[in-house]
Design a protein around this ligand. Structure first.
Ligand SMILES: [Mn+2]
Length: 334
């Protein structure tokens, strides 16, 4: 990112006396990593800042104990800058449990985001097509020319690793790898971060995933498409929190021969979430997500929709996913 883009954001941060940081609801590794990475850096500059996380921090991303707000502070006027990270659409902004950007922050809202479909709804918008928002936040903090605390670079590394699947996903480019190298040069603790996000899976989750693959896996298109439905019954059986489920879809992706995979889960009432991943650049999933008011990236996208049952959601997905295959291919499968 050019100095031209970074300098105004940096100056805003330097001039602000009290900064509020927020990210999207149901935060993932990049959301938590980019937000807390900036917060830790601001603290090292002796800046006053607060982090707002109405959904809290999933255990999977708790690199350290952290104090944060769960509701918008009443004295919002006391914050002269509000930074919202990794949030592609305003409806998903985590200022309150039900999402959205409150009117009282719009005149001081700085966005930092890497999603290609971000409509630039901030007063100021730092947008770029990088692998992770954490990469952009890191570049921004680095541009201050000050030391970066270990806690800060650890959080940025977590965001970079989770959004690139440990440098395995298609968004891994030379810039992402260089960011990883620089984070290690700044003293990021790879062992600590990797052990936390990849090698700390609770045994109950392993059992949950085993049963999901055994009993709730469906196929179509000659086994090139696989999807699972996450029922409340199964979640209850293993006391599993869906917020820790980011890695579950990778179990499907890892199956030989699959090209497009999905997890269907129920949010509440009739609201279902369909999360999709593609392994084949010729079959991007983003268009299907956008068609139904969702979003994401070419190879990782999702949408929320209303259905009456898992059966209905499954039938919908099976029908729509076939649009990613040609008529000849579908004839072959039949
Ligand atoms: Mn992200």
């Amino acid at each position: 990112m050019s100095e031209e883009l970074l300098a105004p954001v940096r100056n805003r941060m330097l001039q602000a006396k009290n900064i509020l940081l927020a990210t999207h609801l149901k935060p993932d590794g990049d959301a938590i990593g980019s937000t807390l990475g900036v917060a830790e850096f601001l603290k090292s500059l002796n800046k006053t800042c607060s982090v707002l996380l109405p959904d809290g921090i999933p255990e999977l991303y708790s690199l350290q104990e952290y104090e944060y707000l769960t509701a918008l502070p009443e004295d919002i006027a006391a914050y002269d800058l509000v930074i919202l990270l990794d949030t592609a659409v305003p409806q998903r902004a985590g200022f309150a449990k039900d999402g959205g950007v409150p009117a009282c922050v719009t005149d001081r809202l700085q966005l930092i985001d890497h999603h290609p479909d971000n409509p630039a709804y901030g007063k100021w918008n730092l947008l770029d097509h990088r692998a992770a928002t954490a990469e952009m936040a890191f570049a921004l903090c680095e541009s201050f020319g000050k030391p970066l605390p270990e806690s800060s670079v650890n959080f940025f590394l977590m965001g970079l690793l989770t959004d690139t699947g440990g440098f395995r996903f298609d968004n891994t480019d030379p810039a992402a790898l260089r960011s990883g190298a620089r984070l290690l040069e700044y003293g990021a603790n790879l062992n600590k971060v990797v052990n936390k996000i990849y090698f700390s899976k609770p045994y109950a989750q392993q059992q949950f995933e085993a049963e999901l693959l055994d009993k709730y896996l469906f196929w179509t298109c000659n086994k090139r498409v696989a999807w699972s439905v996450v029922t409340q019954e199964l979640l209850d059986k293993y006391a599993f929190d869906l917020r820790n489920a980011e890695g579950v879809i990778d179990q499907l992706r890892a199956i030989a021969g699959t090209e497009v995979v999905a997890i269907i889960s129920r949010r509440n009432g009739n609201s279902y979430r369909i999360s999709m991943r593609s392994k084949n650049p010729a079959r991007p999933v983003i268009d299907m997500a956008r068609k139904f008011n969702g979003g994401g990236h070419a190879m990782a996208a999702g949408m929320s929709m209303n259905f009456n049952s898992f059966e209905e959601a499954s039938a919908f997905f099976e029908r729509e996913v076939k649009c990613l295959f040609s008529a000849e291919e579908l004839k072959e499968f039949a």
